[in-house]
Design a protein around this ligand. Structure first.
Ligand SMILES: [Zn+2]
Ligand SMILES: [Zn+2]
Length: 306
């Protein structure tokens, strides 16, 4: 993030801030341009810039990947499902676009800490074979650690005393489209992103790799909502697994792998209702799933604590 901030300062923020808050006493020695009275290393300027970068990057990544996935990958026959809501796509987009700035705000101290060098992120070119091995090994380590963290946070948010306040909004989309990927309560999104930051503050990781993994995580989140079930893997938490989570509720809390669901006794392997397109688009299958969802929702509503 510090490198991103350096370049955005150079090409965007220096001139933007110079226009809004110009310095009447100083100019850029190299170009003669007016500079801002708000210096680059000011704590509040860093926070403002990091907020703008993260929010705009988050919106752009969400809109581009979800739109491509919606038009290229998503099975539009799912929109005939009785649990698919009227105007659902518009509601998902509105929900996600309004959640991203609040989620960014909640995460801002952690991002700013990373910019100010308070985390374990490091830079520079790997010098030795050991450095390269460590860099490569960081990928599975990051995925395994964050998968475990997300599993437990997600499972905790399904607890009846917590669910209604944090996670219920994301389950409004029983039949999710790729636009549902970021359509949640901002506190829900923030909590589920905590494992990434905990890792960055606890374990040394190359900052460019971290940035790449952070982008990958956002892609993955869209992909597990894409409604096209290609992989039959029982190890990877695929879009079919996450579809089962949205429909049958208390299964498949994981993000990338099924490991913690298997260990936590919450794994449910998708079946032909997901993998066989003819069967999954059959109105009898959809009616049966809707009946199951109504039963689950009825049981949830009966829980006094909800
Ligand atoms: Zn859930
Ligand atoms: Zn989901």
């Amino acid at each position: 993030m510090d490198t991103v901030l350096h370049y955005t300062d150079q090409y965007v923020f220096d001139s933007v801030y110079a226009k809004i808050w110009p310095s009447y006493t100083a100019v850029n020695n190299a170009t003669g341009a007016i500079v801002s009275s708000w210096p680059r290393d000011d704590f509040w300027r860093i926070n403002t810039s990091v907020f703008a970068i993260t929010c705009i990057f988050g919106w752009a990544l969400y809109l581009i990947t979800a739109t491509l996935s919606y038009y290229i990958v998503f099975d539009h026959d799912y929109m005939k499902h009785p649990k698919f809501l009227k105007n659902q796509v518009r509601m998902e987009i509105e929900c996600a676009l309004s959640a991203i700035p609040w989620m960014t705000l909640l995460t801002l101290p952690l991002f700013t800490g990373e910019v100010l060098g308070k985390s374990m992120l490091y830079g520079g070119m790997p010098q030795t074979v050991g450095d390269w091995v460590y860099l490569v090994a960081s990928v599975p380590a990051f995925l395994l650690f964050t998968d475990c963290g997300i599993y437990w946070f997600h499972r905790w948010m399904h607890h009846p005393k917590v669910y209604k306040y944090l996670h219920k909004l994301h389950h409004k989309w029983v039949i999710p489209t790729p636009f549902a990927s970021h359509a949640f309560n901002p506190c829900d999104g923030f909590i589920q992103s905590l494992p990434y930051h905990i890792y960055a503050y606890m374990v040394p990781m190359h900052k460019y790799l971290y940035l790449g993994m952070f982008s990958f995580v956002n892609f993955w989140t869209v992909m597990i909502h894409d409604g096209e079930f290609i992989s039959h893997s029982s190890i990877i938490n695929t879009s079919a697994h996450h579809f089962v989570h949205h429909v049958y509720f208390n299964y498949n809390y994981g993000q990338y792998f099924t490991l913690w669901d298997i260990l936590g006794n919450s794994h449910r392997q998708p079946n032909n209702e997901q993998y066989d397109k003819e069967l999954r688009d059959d109105h009898k299958t959809m009616a049966r799933q809707a009946h199951d969802v109504n039963k689950i929702e009825g049981a949830l509503n009966k829980t006094k604590t909800l």
